[in-house]
Design a protein around this ligand. Structure first.
Ligand code: F6P
Length: 357
């Protein structure tokens, strides 16, 4: 008998269910009997012993279903070693529940923070296999995370919709794209949607260069300009601030987000009408696209295979178009960012896209 605990932690994304289905189907198709315990709402379920037994039928019909059938929550890694409000030692509680259920392994689906805690549990002696989920695609050790391509599709569709109205009114439009501190989502959706200017955190922008790009388009007879701006985009001046100074700067800003600040600056310098659209959490919502369904299923199958082989302590990743096993200690605590010298950035610039640099 193999006993496996499953949990989804952090911000949700598309294809979490597809990935869990991949794990479960592979295990149920193996030679040994399997018991699956689904912990509810991420690490919280493991800490407080909230789980449900999952049977074969629980994984039926969920390939296309968005969100996560287990629920998720954010349990910041930095607080993991702090006792909860009742003095409970969270790490000890997780270990206790793992051993109480006599688990062979935990399958943890999550992003950066989730991987830090997964690695901590590994260091504490638990068997762990992880799967890389996040629309941000910022996880070290894998070229791709599931959720990313589906989110690119949604953000692209948003830019597509904006195109027609921007053209009708001759306006400047900013579409603010998620991605936390990295620009993969904005870069890809911006290119797919034909944005004229793409601003990402990895390439701090100069507002004068942004305005120059808009004026150049006007001179060429374009009536409108579309900017894809990452929620974490940062100006050259702000990029010089220390972490503490930058936090203060953001906290004291009168703008709800960087896009509104950029919009104001563009209006002041060009007099053009500027509008901001924020698709927000729609980028994480709904059904996974075809790519993510296949991708998450493949990752899930490999996680199942690892367990059947009795190999633990890995994240299943994707490198150079191959499914790979990456030691968890190599992943935890590292952020993958867009390389400003990457060929995709160079190609985008060749197409005339401005990065405001
Ligand atoms: O990490 C995924 C993500 O959607 C980021 O792109 C975004 O910055 C963040 O989560 C939003 O978090 P929350 O759902 O907690 O508001």
């Amino acid at each position: 008998m193999i006993r496996i605990g499953l949990l989804t932690s952090g911000g949700d994304c598309q294809a979490l269910n597809a990935a869990m289905r991949g794990v479960a189907k592979t295990l149920f198709n193996g030679k040994e009997d399997v018991e699956l315990y689904g912990f509810l709402d991420g690490y919280k379920g493991l800490i407080y012993g909230n789980y449900k037994m999952l049977s074969f039928s629980d994984f039926s019909g969920i390939l296309t279903k968005g969100g996560t059938i287990l629920g998720s929550s954010r349990c910041p890694f930095k607080n993991m070693r702090e006792p909860d409000e009742n003095g409970l030692d969270k790490v000890e509680a997780m270990k206790h529940n793992y051993y109480k259920l006599n688990l062979n392994c935990l399958v943890i689906l999550g992003g950066n923070g989730t991987h830090k805690t997964a690695n901590l549990l590994r260091e504490e002696g638990l068997n762990v296999v992880t799967l890389p989920k996040t629309i941000d695609n910022d996880l070290w050790g894998t070229d791709m995370t599931f959720g990313f391509q589906s989110a690119v599709d949604i953000a692209t569709q948003c830019i597509d919709q904006i195109h027609t109205t921007a053209a009708s009114h001759g306006r400047v439009f900013i579409v603010e794209v998620m991605g936390h501190k990295v620009g993969f989502l904005t870069l890809n959706a911006g290119m797919a949607g034909g944005a004229d200017i793409i601003l990402i955190p990895e390439i701090p922008y100069d507002i004068d260069k942004v305005v120059d790009a808009i004026k150049k388009r006007n001179e060429r007879g374009s009536r409108f300009t579309i900017l894809a701006v990452a929620e974490g985009a940062i100006s050259k001046e702000a990029a010089k601030l220390s972490k503490k100074e930058y936090k203060k700067y953001v906290a004291e800003s009168k703008y709800p987000s960087v896009s509104y600040e950029i919009a104001d600056e563009i209006f002041k310098r060009t007099g053009m009408e500027v509008r901001v659209t924020v698709p927000g959490h729609t980028q994480r919502g709904g059904s996974p696209d075809a790519y993510d369904r296949v991708f998450a299923s493949r990752l899930g199958a490999e996680a199942g295979r690892l367990i059947l082989e009795g190999k633990y302590g890995y994240m299943v990743g994707y490198v150079n178009r191959e499914i790979v096993r990456v030691p968890l200690e190599e992943v935890a605590g590292k952020l993958k960012m867009v390389d400003p010298d990457a060929s995709i950035v160079k190609e985008a610039k060749m197409l005339g896209i401005s990065f405001g640099d």
